[in-house]
Design a protein around this ligand. Structure first.
Ligand code: AMP
Length: 220
């Protein structure tokens, strides 16, 4: 199964992608995580992309398209994948279509997790990330057992640079201007599955699994 997760930053794409990855046994490819890893390792690519990421801007299409192309060629992608944070522009969506059609492959479904802007502001400003393992917490919905410490590895919980309030506003603006048009694009391609993201993690996951299985039947 080849799935795209679409939705504003903080809509729960990463959380749901991890659950779906376990359920279907296919890799979770998170463009933001791949780029953050490059930044952390201070590679030349990391230094280049950090200029955009720290301001909440999108990294140029040609860079992320190249990164994705490489990732999709890895062996674990043969049975499918879950894309989280890619595509984010119409140009990226078209590049992905071309990449897949060269391999005679297609996207099966695009899961669009809908969450209003006000809710996003609330969620992202309360988001904390483990500095060591990357696990995500929310001080309101999903707090750590011990203040400031990761439940899993004990690492320090920090606020991601791009989760600072002024950057969140910009990320939302960028999302609404550049990524939201993909909703129409995939609706026109009859791939879109709409999910109400203002719900518990489990209930969002159940909605996704049910709608995906319906879609699979329709596609057959
Ligand atoms: P995320 O973790 O998905 O919120 O991504 C964090 C940041 O990485 C974004 O704000 C962008 O700066 C960059 N980024 C991630 N995915 C993409 C993409 N597909 N196109 C351009 N920039 C991206």
């Amino acid at each position: 199964m080849r799935i795209i997760l679409l939705g504003p930053p903080g809509s729960g794409k990463g959380t749901q992608a991890k659950l779906l990855s376990k359920r279907y046994g296919i890799p979770h490819i998170a463009m933001g995580d791949i780029l953050r890893e490059e930044v952390a390792r201070k590679t030349p690519l990391g230094e280049k992309v950090n200029v955009y990421m720290s301001k909440g801007e999108l990294v140029p299409d040609e860079i992320v398209i190249e990164v994705l192309k490489k990732r999709l060629q890895e062996a674990d992608c043969t049975n499918g994948f879950i894309l989280d944070g890619f595509p984010r522009t119409l140009n990226q969506a078209k590049a992905l279509d071309n990449m897949l059609s060269e391999l005679n492959l297609k996207i099966d479904a695009v899961i669009y997790i809908e969450v209003p802007d006000e809710e996003i502001m609330k969620r992202l400003s309360l988001r904390r990330t483990c500095k060591v393992c990357g696990r995500i917490y929310n001080l309101h919905y999903n707090p750590p057992k011990q203040d400031g410490k990761c439940d899993v590895c004990g690492g320090e919980l920090i606020i991601r640079d791009d989760d600072k309030p002024e950057v969140i506003k910009n990320r939302l603006k960028v999302y609404n201007e550049q990524t939201k048009p993909l909703v129409d694009y995939y609706e026109n391609h009859r791939l879109l599955i709409r999910i109400n993201g203002v719900n518990t993690i489990d209930s969002v996951f159940q909605q996704i699994v049910e709608k995906l299985s319906l879609k699979k039947k329709v596609n057959q």
